[in-house]
Design a protein around this ligand. Structure first.
Ligand SMILES: NC(=O)c1ccc[n+]([C@@H]2O[C@H](COP(=O)([O-])OP(=O)(O)OC[C@H]3O[C@@H](n4cnc5c(N)ncnc54)[C@H](O)[C@@H]3O)[C@@H](O)[C@H]2O)c1
Length: 97
């Protein structure tokens, strides 16, 4: 059975969304699609040259805290968070014998 998706199938009208790493790549594509569906979308990125709404390194807790304070001030909160950025690192804190 064939299926299709368009803006009538999927509405985010009135919702506030943040996409991390939304300055380029997959994150930008997600942000653009969510805007197309009617959301008020802001993006953060560590790379200032991508012209994000918020410059933030999501691996730094101080950056993240400051960004969410700014978002609270600017938007009054969020309805959707897309954690697009993957930060490589340890996947466990316990060791197996
Ligand atoms: N493309 C793939 O095939 C693939 C596969 C598996 C996982 N991923 C993960 O999906 C995510 C998006 O992939 P992509 O191909 O769009 O990557 P990309 O490198 O093209 O874009 C990622 C964006 O995130 C920003 N970014 C990177 N580190 C950041 C940080 N610490 N804080 C804030 N912003 C940061 C970059 O400046 C860039 O604008 C990445 O985290 C990647 O690890 C991608």
């Amino acid at each position: 059975m064939a299926t299709s998706a368009n803006s009538q199938d999927f509405s985010l009208t009135g919702l506030r969304a943040l996409v991390t790493g939304g300055g380029s790549g997959i994150g930008k594509a997600i942000a653009d699609a969510m805007k197309h569906a009617g959301a008020r979308v802001v993006v953060c990125d560590v790379n200032d040259s991508t012209k994000p709404n918020y410059v933030c390194d999501v691996s730094k807790s101080s950056d993240v805290t400051a960004m969410f304070a700014a978002i609270e001030r600017d938007l009054g909160g969020l309805d959707i968070l897309v954690n697009n950025v993957g930060v490589p690192g340890p996947t466990t804190t316990s060791a197996c014998e």
